[in-house]
Design a protein. Sequence first.
Length: 94
Amino acid sequence: MRRSWIIGLMVFGSFVYSSAEAQTGTSYFISSSTGDDVGSGSKQTPFKSLQKISSIELQTKDTVFFMRGDRFDGHFVVNGSGAEDAPLVITAYG
């Protein structure tokens, strides 16, 4: 019984993981310490300023990652919107 329960969780977990991957939008990374607004906004070449990320029209399912420990002066204006079933996500990394 326990073995079938574990296998069921593994199958369900794989389904949830692949569904979440299918629903991802664009990821934008911001780091005031290592970023450059000429960069692409990727994890390897993050944006530097709030002004730059505020100029991007965000779409449903997009995620904005702020580098932990960095200080961001100014205003972050969310340009765009998500939906109830496909929200914009603002979080941290690093």
